[in-house]
Design a protein around this ligand. Structure first.
Ligand code: ADP
Ligand code: TRP
Length: 333
């Protein structure tokens, strides 16, 4: 039986953090066993923030090494760099003809970015969801494992796929859906600053590559409150976030243990944080060791990227050919 197709990517804008891992990469690793997976490094997307050539290169190398260190296996999944597959940019150009200014301007991620960096509201930022749609539908993906923050971009990808099919009266693209195991909700990993999600730009993240000392420091400095004063008191957002992190990295028993202490007003946040830090270290340190090892092997990294590009181009060029025929491009000579 043919395996269902899966596509996902991450921009190479720094180290991967726990949000990227639990929101996306951990699912990549699990999915590669049963699906036909394409996992890539979205280097073209990262150009919206104008990295230097050096930063771009080191970012790509870092994410590639991190993908491998997390357990993505180039024998099982196709791992590639977005810019190595020019067919994606070509499909992006074609999809742009049916993407409307109004809908692009209304996207929350565009509005947020335009607000954060009013001096750099470039067209790439505006059409970011179109390029993302091209990434996904060029392989005719059915599933896209991403975190909650990508929900709207994925909705746009579905819209562009449907619009294309409708316009030409042909079912060229399946509708890509978010993927979570067990049909659960898309995940949002909180940061350590008391509110919102963990993110690179938020400065509240713990990276997979982080050394144990720095993990302990960051966790011990995490925002909490002055402690519960009544039995079974509702938790503040900051404390709830620490519990959410604990649930992600630790066992149900230890969550229940700290929960009971909280409910009895006997919790000491310092103890909770110490425990949380050690659990995070237990999770990340084997990954960190592998990242260090893989980063030294340029030959291996180059081999993986080359093999991935070949496999991704094979799939992408087939779809692009079909799209061009459907659109009506004809060879005249
Ligand atoms: P960042 O927000 O740090 O810039 P990206 O936007 O590059 O991270 O996200 C890459 C992938 O990681 C996406 O699939 C995204 O949904 C996921 N992701 C990022 N942060 C989180 C988070 N805090 N919780 C869950 N998933 C996340
Ligand atoms: N927008 C995603 C992010 O910021 C990265 C991305 C680009 C992506 N193209 C994609 C994710 C295609 C899934 C599928 O995290």
């Amino acid at each position: 039986m043919n395996k269902q197709i899966v596509v996902s990517g991450i921009r190479p804008t720094g180290f991967l953090h726990l949000g990227n891992y639990f929101g996306a990469v951990r699912n990549f690793v699990r999915m590669q066993e049963d699906f036909n997976c394409y996992f890539f490094i979205a280097d073209i997307h990262s150009l919206t923030t104008h990295p230097t050539p050096r930063d771009l290169q080191s970012g790509v190398k870092q994410v590639l090494a991190e993908y491998l260190a997390c357990g993505i296996d180039p024998e099982k999944a196709t791992i590639f760099i977005q810019s190595d597959v020019p067919e994606v940019s070509e499909l992006y150009t074609l999809l742009n003809m049916n993407a409307y200014l109004g809908e692009l301007e209304r996207t929350t991620s565009f509005k947020d970015k335009a607000r954060q960096n009013p001096d750099n509201v470039n067209a790439g930022l505006l059409t970011y969801p179109v390029l993302m749609a091209a990434d996904i539908i060029i392989h005719k993906a059915k599933y896209v494992p991403v975190g909650k923050d990508q929900e709207q971009n994925l909705e746009m990808a579905r819209k562009f796929a449907k619009r294309f099919n409708h316009m030409y009266g042909k079912k060229v693209f399946p509708k890509p859906k978010p993927f979570t195991f067990d049909g659960g909700d898309m995940i949002k990993v909180p940061g350590l600053d008391g509110s919102g999600k963990m993110g690179k730009s938020e400065g509240n993240a713990i990276n997979l590559f982080e050394d144990p000392k720095s993990i302990r420091q960051k966790v011990m400095r995490a925002v909490t409150d002055s402690g519960p004063t009544e039995m079974n008191q509702k938790k503040s957002e900051a404390v709830e976030n620490l519990f959410t992190l604990l649930k992600i990295v630790s066992t149900p028993d230890s969550v229940a243990h700290f929960d009971a202490l909280y409910n009895k007003c006997e919790i000491r946040y310092g103890d909770l944080k110490k425990h949380l830090a050690e659990e995070i270290i237990a999770y990340t340190s084997p990954i960190r060791d592998r990242i260090i090892e893989i980063l030294e092997d340029d030959l291996y990294l180059a081999k993986v990227a080359k093999l991935g590009a070949e496999k991704a181009r094979e799939s992408a060029s087939k779809t692009l050919q079909e799209v061009k025929e459907v659109i009506g491009f004809r060879k005249l000579f």
